[in-house]
Design a protein around this ligand. Structure first.
Ligand SMILES: [Zn+2]
Length: 323
């Protein structure tokens, strides 16, 4: 009997031991499963985060591409147009070539020039192209850029090549904003008095200066003093740009007078100003919201031509978007 009891106890212990071991095994198994699941979860999370980061980067560059998209029509060299003389204030020297300011990823024209054209403008809404000569000049150009930025507007800056390095920061800022950077020669000399060789040297010099700061050449030029010769029409390989409204800002140096000159603007106008005078910046501060309120889109000259269906040709002169 005693023996029997002992055997029973023995077998009870065995059973208990076995069951404890089983439980321990199951516990270990469950732990392993949980750990594996946790590892898998972490891996999935990491992959997910990487995917999101990548996607984000792609979207950003898409947005950038879109915003700065430059659809282009080509401007090539050609010439024709008449000489005219107009006043142009400024005391710089050296000729230059033109460049359309285009952000880093806009279309290259294959000839070193680029075009900056926003694709989201409304071609049925009126347009005005503000243009500024003789800069850049940080104290004034900077103020103008601020206004343009605030009102989601663009303008064209006909810069003087010999100022490009000194004011490279504000020029780059302007370019990055989507403003068109064009040529007003390298040192603001009268191109109509130059020989073919001099003209060519002038363009090359300006393009070099522009290239070093904004990475592209000028695709438009505004001849200093508005002077144009037959030789220029024949030898300048980009379109030449006049204006349809002259604010005479250099003469007035008075914001109210500049604003008065812009009273009768109409669709397609190219307005001439100079980013050298603080009175001009003051005028722009009022003019831009005023024009926007009237429903005008403030555009680059490239945009004006593009939306108005004007194929600007090299060596020809354009004074508005109403050709
Ligand atoms: Zn000038």
């Amino acid at each position: 009997m005693k023996r029997n009891d002992e055997m029973r106890i023995e077998s009870y212990r065995d059973r208990e031991m076995r069951s404890r071991r089983r439980r321990e095994r199951e516990l270990r198994k469950t732990k392993m499963i949980l750990i594996n699941a946790a590892i898998a979860l972490v891996v999935i999370l990491v992959v997910f985060v990487i995917a999101i980061i990548k996607l984000n980067g792609k979207n950003n560059s898409n947005i950038k591409n879109y915003t700065n998209k430059n659809v282009s029509e080509k401007s090539k060299t050609r010439d024709s147009s008449k000489s005219k003389t107009k006043k142009d204030s400024s005391k710089q020297k050296k000729p230059a070539a033109t460049s359309t300011a285009v952000p880093a990823d806009s279309n290259s024209m294959g000839d070193g020039t680029k075009k900056w054209i926003r694709t989201d403008l409304d071609k049925d809404k009126p347009m005005i192209a503000l243009s500024f000569d003789d800069g850049p000049y940080t104290p004034v150009t900077g103020k103008i850029l601020k206004v343009l930025k605030k009102y989601d507007s663009r303008a064209t800056f006909f810069v003087v090549g010999n100022r490009v390095n000194t004011y490279s920061k504000v020029l780059k800022e302007s370019y990055d904003m989507g403003n068109q950077i064009a040529s007003h020669t390298f040192d603001h000399e009268d191109l109509s008095k130059m020989t073919k060789k001099q003209l060519s040297a002038e363009m090359t010099k300006t393009n070099k200066a522009l290239q070093s700061v904004i990475g592209c050449h000028a695709s438009l030029i505004r001849p200093p003093y508005g002077n144009i010769s037959d030789l220029m029409r024949k030898n300048i390989k980009i379109p030449m740009i006049y204006w349809s409204i002259d604010t005479d800002d250099w003469k007035w140096r008075n914001a109210a007078k500049v604003l008065a000159e812009c009273k009768n603007v109409q669709d397609g106008d190219i307005i001439l100003m100079h980013d050298l005078y603080s009175s001009t910046a003051d005028a722009v501060k009022k003019l831009v919201p005023r024009l926007k309120k009237k429903g005008y889109q403030l555009v680059t000259i490239d945009e004006m031509f593009y939306y108005k269906g004007i194929k600007a040709e090299a060596g020809k002169v354009y004074a508005s978007g109403r050709q």
